[in-house]
Design a protein around this ligand. Structure first.
Ligand SMILES: [Zn+2]
Length: 175
């Protein structure tokens, strides 16, 4: 299974590179934090398993059962597309909050992307167990990467990312 940190870092790096290369209006770094969170979200079942074990002494596992399905990524992407085309105003008021349409679209798009990357990463690195296109329809995955490669995978991504950020944003100035 890929490490949690691999899921987080890879999603942040991909969304960050997309922002730096393709977006005309750069979105804030808090969306990159969301990307990291989204990359890990499908594994929320692990936390539920811990809680079940801790409070009910139960060994039932819900991890991967429902969350590791491509359909969730498609649904979140569909919400992003729907909001993009159906919301007429640039900004909405919800109680005392001002909510920007673009932020809502971005949030759902990032969750969709993080979810998809998570499943692809599990698919490449962890085998097919419980991975589905839609629940009940399994996804076929080649298990191509050995655990040695896996151990250094996140280190490579992290180092490459740090070099890129230093080159692009001079992050050393913030440390
Ligand atoms: Zn997973």
């Amino acid at each position: 299974m890929p490490f949690a940190v691999t899921h987080v870092i890879l999603t942040i790096v991909l969304v960050g590179l997309f922002r730096d290369f393709f977006m005309k209006h750069k979105f804030s770094t808090s969306f990159l934090v969301l990307a990291g969170f989204a990359g890990l979200l499908p594994d929320a079942g692990i936390v539920i398993d811990w809680l079940l074990a801790a409070f009910f002494n139960s060994s039932t596992s819900v991890h991967r059962l429902y969350t590791h399905s491509v359909i969730w990524a498609v649904l979140f992407a569909a919400i992003a597309v729907f909001v993009h085309f159906s919301a007429k105003k640039k900004q909405y008021n919800l109680f005392q909050y001002k909510i920007k349409k673009n932020s809502v679209v971005l949030i759902f798009a990032i969750i969709a992307f993080g979810w998809l990357i998570h499943i692809l990463l599990d698919c490449m690195l962890a085998g097919t167990e419980h991975l589905t296109l839609i629940p009940g329809l399994p996804l076929t995955c080649p298990r191509a990467v050995s655990s040695n490669v896996l151990a250094s995978f996140d280190a490579i991504i992290l180092l490459a990312w740090l070099f890129w950020e230093q080159h692009k944003h001079r992050i050393i100035d913030y440390v």
